[in-house]
Design a protein around this ligand. Structure first.
Ligand SMILES: Nc1ncnc2c1ncn2[C@@H]1O[C@H](COP(=O)(O)OP(=O)(O)OP(=O)(O)O)[C@@H](O)[C@H]1O
Ligand SMILES: [Mg+2]
Length: 288
């Protein structure tokens, strides 16, 4: 099936002069300083850097889950930082697929229902086509045989592939992942990485935060964040990353295991983000 391509022209992601701080009891904590970044449609980008360097914050600004204190964040032609919550939820549902380290599938829905949910939320795919599209996406991820199970009956790798299928539900141009292989063993992480590479080959733009060097080596471009500043922007060699023609905007078509458990704060932040990106209309009360 075609996953759709991206229109050419201006960058898919444009950040300019982005500054982000949080207020703590002890004063202001600066998390991102004066970040300028452009990502072209069709690129495969990883964001790496020490813990606390601002990687997740950067992704959250791109998806509109968080807002900058100053600067501009323009994604898929939309000034994301200027949208109100309702417009943001609609925009996100159509333009961004999010993949999390801990999958964040809704536990009481089957895998198939989890993939259909964003389609019901956004109403872009005609109702009568949703089930078939969800099954096709699960087939693409090689887990169509798991469609009618609940998430906890699947392995970690299968759940993450279901989460990728869900991220593709509305055929968004941009796929964003925060440590998508961070909770998987090496072999399973490699399978998930292969699926992510395939998405790029088929015209998607993929940006990932990762501690997994095996994964970052496969991306076209590696952004190094240190203390909230973009220190290095490295282009990987052709040999180590995916084929360069996958960079084309009009293409049609591991081993991480730092073994870190999420803190309660991280967990609830991820849950809020999931709710926001997948089912905000239904679960709006859960985002506190
Ligand atoms: N909601 C918040 N309130 C206050 N401080 C925050 C908040 N979110 C993040 N921070 C702080 O911002 C900094 C950057 O956090 P961020 O989560 O972006 O780091 P990271 O690079 O993703 O780290 P890790 O690799 O551990 O996931 C950290 O010092 C963190 O404590
Ligand atoms: Mg993080």
């Amino acid at each position: 099936m075609s996953l759709g391509g991206n229109g050419g022209g201006r960058p898919l992601i444009e950040l300019s002069g982005v500054h982000k701080h949080y207020d703590s009891g002890d004063g202001e904590i600066t998390v991102l300083r004066d970040v300028d970044l452009e990502v072209q449609a069709g690129e495969f980008v990883s964001v790496v850097g020490p813990s606390g360097s601002g990687k997740s914050t950067l992704l959250n600004l791109i998806t509109g889950i968080d807002r900058p204190n100053s600067g501009r964040v323009v994604v898929a032609g939309e000034a994301v930082h200027e949208l109100n919550e309702n417009a943001l939820a609609r925009w996100r549902g159509r333009n961004v697929g999010v993949i999390f380290q801990f999958f964040q599938l809704l536990p009481t829905l089957t895998i198939l229902e989890n993939v259909i949910l964003p389609m019901d939320f956004c109403d872009v795919v005609p109702r009568r086509e949703r089930r078939e599209r969800a099954l096709e996406l699960l087939t693409l991820m090689d887990i169509d045989d798991q469609a009618h199970k609940l998430p906890n009956a699947l392995s970690g790798g299968q759940q993450q592939r279901a989460a990728i299928a869900r991220a593709l539900a509305n055929d968004p141009p941009l796929i964003v992942g925060d440590e998508p292989t961070g909770n998987l063993d090496t072999e399973t992480a490699d399978q998930v990485s292969l699926h992510l590479k395939r998405l790029v080959d088929e015209g998607k733009t993929v940006i990932l935060v990762t501690h997994d060097q095996r994964l970052s080596q496969q991306t076209h471009r590696v952004l190094h964040l240190v203390d909230g500043e973009l220190h290095r922007d490295r282009t990987n060699s052709r040999e180590s990353s995916t084929r360069p023609n996958a960079l084309s905007a009009d293409s049609t078509s591991r081993a991480p295991q730092h073994g870190r458990e999420p803190s309660l704060d991280e967990d609830s932040a991820v849950t809020r983000a999931t709710v926001s990106s997948v089912v905000q209309a239904v679960w709006s009360g859960a985002r506190s």
